[in-house]
Design a protein around this ligand. Structure first.
Ligand code: AMP
Ligand code: GLY
Length: 423
């Protein structure tokens, strides 16, 4: 099969690596890809929001399967456009992708499907929203409806913070159209975990639990990022609870969308908060998490292409998934200054050395290849990922490998996986 992967992050490097291990994969293309994917397949310089460009590429290269990494092309209708041309796509159509593309849509769907989630209200008018805030207790969470690159959520501890967030979104329009509609919701307390499933529109196959580390600093301090590290399994969601949790947060959504004639095919990602009242959904994503994808795929033994084709063709029933019993940890090496200003263009050394250990893989994210050298080219630069017989061993192996890699301004968190160890 000729396979096209859309995206350019660490997630897409790990997808390309895993897909390349499938006997079904022949040619692999990545649009636009990064320094890591260039060593696996052919990078094609088309951006992820160029739907006609991706469509033409898929036609020209006789692509048999398109695997979409990020949410934006799904929200923009890439899967629908491919579907019209009978080109198989792993990822949902734009209607179902609103689960991620519109937080109001997502909350209304959760309410209809009776999925446990924070109580909420949706506002289209700034003054009504501000009046409502003035009558509430805090903390409260203010969310921009649309895609805001992970920055559209503010947990406000008092009225002033809440009003400022609301003003930024609805009046100053710092997130553009994404903030025209705002969701105000109850703040949930607890530990978070990510729970992902392969879905074929009707059935699903669960991946093991994982946990992201969204803040830039140790002990979850500082601004939010795209994710500074992840590990799997996450003890806050142990294997004994997978099926029960899926009945609460995965099946109702799949059934509801199927009932609406909008079957969900691809990865459904539930971002969960484990509260004293049980798990509640913070958000859905319609794709693999980055960096959760990296440790999950390190643990996965099954042929991912086979599983993706079963999803696309609606024949997942009876499929299983084989997962290594080992734990996996991914530590992100970032450029100092991220998620704000940072430099690019520094030479990266030590990746081969780190990968001398066959239980370590270094997935590249913000990198580019130039004259045989790998250069930094983004905020999150690398995702060093390691397996271990347990979480403790995986963490140790991961940091040993991470310490072998050098580039100017290298920054990493030192506490990835610690919450899991503390349990
Ligand atoms: P989201 O983009 O909805 O995942 O939100 C990003 C982050 O904001 C989540 O990972 C949580 O840490 C936090 N968050 C979102 N919604 C809530 C909530 N209702 N209560 C507490 N924290 C939240
Ligand atoms: N790691 C969080 C996300 O991919 O949205």
């Amino acid at each position: 099969m000729n396979i096209l992967i859309v995206g350019s992050g660490g997630r897409e490097h790990s997808l390309a690596w895993k897909i390349s291990r499938s006997p079904l994969a022949e040619k692999i293309f990545i649009a636009p890809g990064n320094g890591g994917t260039a060593a696996i397949g052919k990078n094609i310089s088309i951006s992820v929001d160029d739907i006609p460009g991706i469509l033409k590429l898929a036609r020209d290269k006789k692509i048999d399967l398109v695997v979409v990494g990020p949410e934006l092309p799904l929200v923009l209708g890439l899967a629908d456009a491919l579907d019209r041309e009978k080109i198989p796509c792993f990822g949902p159509g734009s209607y179902a992708a609103q689960l991620e593309g519109s937080k109001a849509f997502s909350k209304f769907l959760m309410a209809e499907a009776e999925v446990p989630t924070a109580d909420f209200k949706v506002f289209e008018d700034y003054h009504q929203a501000a009046d409502y805030l003035k009558k509430q207790d805090f903390p409260l969470v203010i969310k921009a409806d649309g895609l805001a690159a992970g920055k559209g959520v503010i947990v406000a501890s008092n009225l002033d913070e809440a009003l400022e967030a609301l003003h930024d979104m609805m009046v100053k329009q710092v997130f553009g159209k994404a903030g025209e509609i705002v969701i105000i919701e109850e703040a949930l307390m607890g530990e978070e975990a990510s729970f992902l499933a392969f879905c074929d529109g009707h059935d699903f196959v669960l991946l093991p639990s994982s946990q992201d580390h969204k803040r830039i600093g140790d002990n979850d301090t500082g601004p939010n990022t795209g994710g500074m590290g992840a590990y799997s399994p996450a003890p806050v969601l142990p294997e004994e609870l997978y099926n029960e949790t899926a009945e609460l947060v995965i099946r109702p959504i799949i059934q509801h969308l199927e009932g609406m004639g909008r079957p969900f095919r691809g990865i459904l990602y539930a971002g969960l908060m484990f509260t004293s009242d049980g798990p509640k959904v913070l958000e859905y994503n319609v794709r693999f998490g980055d960096p959760e994808c990296q440790p999950l795929l390190m643990r996965m033994e099954s042929d991912i292409v086979e599983l993706m084709m079963a999803c696309v063709e609606g024949r997942l029933r009876g499929s299983g998934i084989s997962i290594k019993s080992e734990a996996a940890v991914c530590v992100v090496l970032a450029a100092d200054g991220y998620p704000r200003k940072y430099q690019a263009g520094h030479v990266i050394t030590g990746i081969e050395d780190a990968e001398q250990d066959d239980r370590v893989k270094v997935f590249q994210a913000g990198t580019r290849l130039e004259n045989g050298r790998i250069l930094t080219n983004g905020g999150r630069v690398l995702g060093v990922t390691a397996l271990g017989s347990d979480l403790k061993e995986a963490i140790e192996r991961c940091y040993t490998a991470a310490d072998k890699i050098n580039f100017i301004d290298k920054y990493l968190r030192r506490d990835i996986g610690q919450k899991g160890l503390n349990r």
